[in-house]
Design a protein around this ligand. Structure first.
Ligand SMILES: Cc1cc2nc3c(=O)[nH]c(=O)nc-3n(C[C@H](O)[C@H](O)[C@H](O)COP(=O)(O)OP(=O)(O)OC[C@H]3O[C@@H](n4cnc5c(N)ncnc54)[C@H](O)[C@@H]3O)c2cc1C
Length: 286
């Protein structure tokens, strides 16, 4: 189908983009890689009056070292995240998860900012950002603010971004020594969306897991932190059996959908199994 008519601007500075979005009112929308928005336009499920294209904002692309954190520009593509040496060194979980998104053609266009702004419950990066305790940086007419993931993801396809705000960056604390990571994704076919995904981080010390963090993909309308599994894993022996036991309540606090792809019970089962597996890999258990 052909999209509804819309106006289009391609600003060359962030200030211009924020102004254009504010001037466009509630019917204006940002476009980044277009991999989610263009299908919605073509199906006429979205019909903005104005599209503000962020493609000319080179300042929103790339990864910068900010001391104890990395600052990832919202327009950085999945393809770049997979290969970026800073990302691979300090928060490799992002590179690993980005590598599971769709296919190479989509990954060349899709951006981390687009993924986090679209907030699809089956999207892979939201749970990763939650597990990494990252902060989302938004810029609007009133200036810049940082938002914690728990406040940012509000509901299905809904975030705390105001209509006149642009997600400009993601600030990710660097993982220190001893941390390992793993993204486990259960998908019906290779390159498909997750039925359930698990983003796990574990800090290993003296053969035990000293600290663990787990984010769940597609286990509610928003990404979920598996706090019960995190607490059970802390202090557990770094073994497959002990971490599978720690994952026994990984689905606590989730509210998975019952749909044509999987029942809620099956998703709960997957969350427990994949959490045990992901924690074991993150803790270096072979
Ligand atoms: C065939 C296919 C398979 C896919 N498989 C997966 C998958 O397995 N896993 C996965 O996670 N994703 C998957 N995706 C989704 C893809 O990763 C998303 O399209 C992408 O993450 C959205 O990024 P984008 O840059 O294309 O955003 P766009 O499509 O340009 O925008 C998406 C939404 O976010 C808003 N937006 C974008 N950037 C900003 C910003 N900086 N500030 C404020 N609002 C913004 C837009 O207004 C729009 O509402 C798939 C997509 C396709 C087409």
């Amino acid at each position: 189908m052909i999209p509804e008519k819309f106006d289009y601007v391609r600003p060359s500075s962030l200030a211009e983009a924020v102004q254009a979005l504010a001037d466009g009112g509630d019917d204006a929308k940002v476009i980044a890689g277009g991999q989610s928005l263009l299908p919605l336009l073509r199906l006429r499920l979205a019909y903005p009056s104005l599209l503000v294209d962020l493609g000319g904002l080179d300042g929103l692309r790339g990864v910068h070292d900010a001391g104890d954190a990395l600052v990832i520009g919202a327009m950085t593509t999945m393809y770049s995240l997979i290969r970026d040496p800073l990302v691979r060194e300090h928060c490799g979980l992002i590179a690993e998860a980005a590598g599971t998104v769709a296919d190479p053609a989509v990954r060349h266009r899709a951006t981390i900012g687009g993924s986090l702004a679209h907030a699809d419950p089956a999207g892979d990066l939201p749970a990763v950002i939650c597990a990494l305790d990252a902060r989302l940086v938004a810029t609007g007419p009133g200036g810049e603010r940082e938002i914690a993931p728990a406040d940012y993801f509000v509901d299905y396809l809904t975030t705390a971004l105001a209509p006149d705000e642009i997600l400009t960056a993601i600030r990710v604390p660097k993982l220190g020594p001893g941390w390992g990571f793993r993204y486990e994704k259960f998908q019906p076919t290779v390159q498909a969306w997750a039925i359930v995904g698990v983003a796990a981080l574990a800090r290993r010390a003296d053969g035990h897991v000293a600290e663990a963090r787990v984010g769940l993909t597609n286990m509610a309308t928003v990404p979920v932190r598996a706090h019960a599994a995190e607490a059970a894993a802390a202090g557990a022996q770094a073994s497959r059996e002990a971490l599978a036991a720690a994952a026994a309540n990984a689905d606590e606090g989730s509210d998975p959908a019952n749909d044509l792809r999987a029942s809620a019970d099956y998703r709960r089962h997957l969350a427990r199994v994949l959490t045990g597996r992901a924690l074991a890999r993150a803790a270096g258990v072979r």
